[in-house]
Design a binder for this molecule. Sequence first.
Ligand code: CMP
Length: 411
Amino acid sequence: MSRQDRIQGLRRRIYDILEYDQLASRWTTAVARAIVVLIVINLVTMILASVTEIDLVYGTLFDIIEAISLFVFSVEYCLRIWVAVEDASNRHLHPWRARLNYIASGMGIIDLLAVLPFWIEPLFPNTIRTLVLFGIIRFFKLARYLAAMRSLLNALYNERRALLGSLVILLGATLFFATVMHLIERNAQPDRFGNIPDAMWWAIVTLCTVGYGDVVPVTQFGKLVAGVAIIVGLMIIALPIAVVASAFSEEVRRRDFIVTWGMVARVPLFAELGASDIADILRLLRAQVIEAGRIIVRRGEPATCMYFIAAGEVEVELPKERVKLGVGQFFGEIALLRRSNRSATVTAATRTSLLALDAHDFHSLMEREPRIAQHINEVARSRGGSTERVTPKGDIASGELAASEKDKDEV
Ligand code: CMP
């Protein structure tokens, strides 16, 4: 193996570890945990250091923790720049272009802001207080490692249009009620409702149902309008809350663990896709971990999804033999293609991580990506599964029915 290959291999391994590809190496989880612990210690330190009495006693300890964190996060940032080339979305780009993409990405900027101000701080003495703000930015580094935080960010991103719509409605209502209240109350309280911007403070506090009570209407008509504003506010605020809550639960339902870009790119079928297509598929896949020995699909049962193997090995029970499938291969496609029941029982031979694709998403992917469709059809055919659609009701061949009945009897 040449020196170049060794360096590339090392870069790939570091990328998998830093990208929190849980399936790539056992180091991944250890490194991720260490970074999460360091971030939490860092945040606690920062909060405690803002209390003067505590800072006077433990100041030196806080400084040591800060120095260690700064060193670790800086090394992490430099490594991330180096390995950015390995990112599937950057694969076709010039290495420096790929690195620039990472530097300019959301997480890249957070990683930079988590270290840069602390390095340049000696140049600007007396800015220590402002640094606390940048320290808190380290909190956002957690997004990489906490599935729930990532799911929430995904939910917010997916629903960005609905949320923007809710925001526009809220702004419109604020403007409307502020103008009406300004007209009603401007003579009674010129200092509070004398102009529309002042009245907007009252409107936003009322519509968001916070109600500080620092500005309240005093005229009868003003109170009536305030009552209407409160009810309208409740309805408007309920909109984005419902949108985010349902999108969040959908995201959490979709995945038991984080599906990373690396995992999807490792499936050869997807490897040749462009960045935006991989991103699309990433959203469709649901991750599952199956313990060794557990049955994943049972012959004769109805099919709801197909699976890609991200790690581990499965065993397909065929009438005359058992076939093993490993990383990058897929199964469960025959029943979806034929719209029939499962043609074989598949069991996890080792602890296996699977990426499941729901039937509905499978069919739309097949329509959208002819090359993927062709490949899946070919594999299904080579496995002895005719890919012709069976009867609309999903009947299976009589032989299979008999076999599934036999299976049931055995159970
Ligand atoms: P499906 O019928 O949905 O569920 C069982 C799966 O086992 C099937 O899809 C195929 O993915 C897989 N399978 C069936 N026959 C073979 C075979 N000969 N070799 C490998 N995998 C198979």
